[in-house]
Design a protein around this ligand. Structure first.
Ligand code: NAD
Length: 295
């Protein structure tokens, strides 16, 4: 079992650190928010009042932070705090450029690094069933996999530095576009007098089948566990979908990829957030689309 420092004990990091404790690791946690540190301490994480305290003696450091600038700032601080050979893993969702910068900082420290963003949300973090999309060397992946397995059920090695973040934003661009597509289809069905259940029964077993329809159906009824049945409480907040779509569009711009539907999805989610719905589940965008209907 390893000595692990966990930095960023928020909605995702808190339960992920708790699962590392459950798996028998010794986990020291640090967060700028004292409330988050206290909550983590109740799950067996050793509370640290400073980054330096959390990482002293750590064989592995994990970061789970909001954005790229937070990750590179913490990893820069790590350059003076951790010894050569430490395994450093970032699980946040950040832009590919900052992810690669973080790997470069690790190289300067002679440390071993992985970018390992997750899919599965707070429910998956609590249940230990996250999917990890991992970028880094074969050696780093082999070292990190057993640790990630304590927090997830599927660990995929996507390639070298930054490949995990690339997979994450490509996946979530598909998700944002497909959710809007499913919402549009339900909106059209309503106008044509076709019931939600009839559209679901056909599309869920036809070529329109996709996760946004069959697991996360944006209208109440056909999939009882979807947020539509719970006043669109997240789930996966629209603000986070906008964050991921924005990352995909920045990456598309930098790499020259053509993503016209991704760009339009980002615009629609930006509009949805601007009108005060950032905290709603991302499937609630169906309500904004209905509002645009004529007649
Ligand atoms: P959160 O805001 O709940 O937690 C982030 C934590 O980082 C906060 O507690 C904050 O105080 C802490 N923090 C910020 N800067 C810090 C620093 N310099 N040192 C120490 N702590 C610091 O966010 P979250 O929902 O846990 O998400 C974390 C990451 O995971 C994000 O990149 C997000 O996009 C990604 N993600 C979230 C979900 C989700 O459903 N919430 C799903 C997949 C991926």
């Amino acid at each position: 079992m390893s000595k692990i420092a966990f930095v960023g004990l928020g909605n995702m990091g808190g339960p992920m650190a708790a699962n590392l404790v459950k798996a028998g690791h010794e986990v020291r946690g640090f967060d700028l928010s004292e409330t988050s540190v206290k909550a983590a301490a109740e799950t067996g994480v050793k509370a640290s009042g400073a980054l330096a305290e959390a990482v002293s003696d750590a064989e592995c450091v994990i970061t789970m932070l909001p954005k790229g600038q937070h990750v590179t700032a913490v990893w820069t601080d790590l350059t003076t705090l951790i010894p050569e050979g430490t395994l450093v893993i970032d699980c946040s969702t950040i832009d590919v450029e900052n992810a690669r910068k973080a790997h470069e900082l690790a190289d300067v420290m002679n440390c071993i690094s992985l970018d390992a963003p997750v899919s599965g949300g707070t429910g998956g973090a609590a249940a230990g069933t996250l999917t990890f999309m991992v970028g880094g060397s074969e050696k780093a992946f082999a070292l990190g996999k057993p640790i990630l397995e304590a927090m997830g059920k599927k660990i995929v090695h996507c390639g070298d530095a930054g490949a995990g973040q690339a997979a994450k934003i490509c996946n979530n661009m598909i998700l944002g576009i497909s959710m809007i597509g499913v919402c549009e289809a339900f909106g059209l069905a309503e106008k044509l007098g076709l019931s939600h259940q009839a559209l679901f029964d056909v599309a869920s077993t036809s070529s329109g089948q996709c996760w946004s329809l069959t697991t996360y159906c944006p209208v109440p009824g056909p999939v009882p566990t979807s947020p539509a049945n719970n006043d669109y409480k997240p789930g996966f907040a629209a603000a986070l979908m906008l964050k991921d779509l924005t990352l995909s569009q920045e990456a598309a711009k930098q790499s020259g990829a053509a993503t016209p539907l991704g760009a339009h999805a980002a615009e629609l989610y930006a509009e949805f957030e601007k009108t005060g719905h950032g905290a709603d589940d991302f499937s609630a965008i169906i309500q904004m689309l209905r509002g645009k209907a004529s007649g």
